[in-house]
Design a protein around this ligand. Structure first.
Ligand SMILES: [Zn+2]
Length: 292
C-alpha cells in the first residue's frame, strides 16, 4: 500500500505545465498561487508522556494530551498559540500518559472531532475523556491503518494500527501512528507502537520514509527496531521523555540501545527532557527545528 502523495492545490502533470506557464506570466506576483501554508508541530515538554500540537493553514490538531497532572501546561501552550478551536484531537491509545489530559483539553478548547483507535479501556482517564466528550457534545470516530484526513495543506495518514497490532489487545501496539505529509516533507508520529505494529507497517506500506520521526514509546527498547528505522530513515528524531509528572517513573527512558540505533543512522536527536518544548517547522520543502 502506498501513502498518497502530499496534497497539492495543483497536483497533476497538466497542472505542472500550467504552473510553469503561469510562472512566466506571474513571476512578479506574490504570494505564489500554489504556495503551501506552513506546517508547525510542537512536541511539548510534559515529561515521560506525549502531548503534540500540530497546526497548518489555521487548522489545529492535538495529538495526545499528556498526564492529567500537566494538563494546565498543554492548555496554556494552546492558548499561547491563540488556538480557539481544534479541528480534531487524537487519542492515540488509552494510556494515561497520553489521554490523562485529554478531558481538560477538550473542555478548554472547543474540539470538532476526536479520533481514537478501535480499542477502548474502562480506565479512569478513558472515563474522564468520555465524560468530557459527552458533556461538550464532541463527536468521536474510530480510525485505523488506511484512514486519512486533511489539516490545512497537510495530509494526515493513519498507518497503524492494522489487524495484527489490534489482535494483541495491547494498548501500546494499538497506538494510532500518523504520517503527516506536507509538500515533499513527511513527519511520522509513532505514539507508543511496538515491534508487532512496526513490522506490520513494514509489510503493508512500501514507503515509510520520513524526514522527522517522533520516536515511539518515549525511546523504549521495545520499539524503533532496526528494520523499521532503516525504512523510515529520519534525519531528525524527537523523543518525548523525562520524569513522569505523577511521580510513578519506573524506568528511565530513552533506552541507550535506542539512542545508539538512532546515532547509527546519523539522525539528529532532540529530547524534551534536555531541549524542552521542540518546535518543528516545514514550508513543504525545508524543515527546521527549534528547542524553545
Ligand atoms: Zn506513553
Amino acid at each position: 500500500m502506498s501513502i498518497p502523495h502530499p496534497p497539492r492545490r495543483l497536483g497533476s502533470l497538466a497542472a505542472l505545465a500550467l504552473s510553469l506557464a503561469l510562472i512566466l506570466c506571474l513571476a512578479a506576483c506574490s504570494p505564489q498561487p500554489n504556495a503551501l501554508a506552513p506546517l508547525d508541530v510542537y512536541v511539548l515538554n510534559v515529561g515521560k508522556a506525549d502531548a503534540i500540537i500540530v497546526g497548518c493553514g489555521g487548522q489545529w490538531m492535538l495529538v495526545d494530551a499528556g498526564l492529567e497532572e500537566t494538563s494546565g501546561y498543554v492548555t496554556a501552550a494552546m492558548r499561547a498559540l491563540n488556538i480557539d478551536s481544534l479541528t480534531c484531537a487524537v487519542a492515540t491509545h488509552p494510556d494515561k500518559d497520553h489521554i490523562g489530559g485529554m478531558s481538560a483539553a477538550i473542555r478548554a478548547i472547543p474540539t470538532r472531532r476526536l479520533y481514537e483507535p478501535p480499542m477502548r479501556l474502562d480506565n479512569k482517564p478513558s472515563r474522564a475523556m468520555r465524560d468530557a466528550l459527552s458533556q461538550t457534545g464532541t463527536p468521536s470516530s474510530t480510525v485505523r491503518s488506511g484512514d486519512s484526513w486533511m489539516l490545512g495543506d497537510a495530509g494526515v495518514h493513519v498507518i497503524a494500527p492494522g489487524k495484527a497490532a489490534l489482535e494483541l489487545n495491547s494498548e501500546n501496539e494499538a497506538s494510532l501512528v500518523l504520517m503527516i505529509t506536507h509538500g515533499s516533507k513527511r513527519i511520522l508520529l509513532e505514539a507508543d507502537a511496538q515491534s508487532v505494529s512496526e513490522n506490520e507497517m513494514l509489510s503493508v506500506y512500501d514507503d515509510l520514509r520520513a524526514d522527522v520521526l517522533k520516536v515511539a514509546h518515549h525511546g523504549s527498547d521495545k520499539s524503533t527496531g532496526e528494520a523499521f528505522l532503516a525504512a523510515v530513515n529520519p534525519s531528525i528524531a524527537v523523543i518525548s521523555t523525562g520524569e513522569r509528572a505523577d511521580g510513578k517513573d519506573s524506568d528511565a527512558l530513552p533506552a541507550p540501545s535506542t539512542l545508539s540505533r538512532l546515532k547509527s543512522i546519523g539522525a539528529a536527536v532532540y529530547r524534551t527532557d534536555v531541549d524542552g518544548d521542540i518546535h518543528i517547522h516545514s514550508d513543504g520543502e525545508t524543515i527546521t527545528v527549534a528547542a524553545e
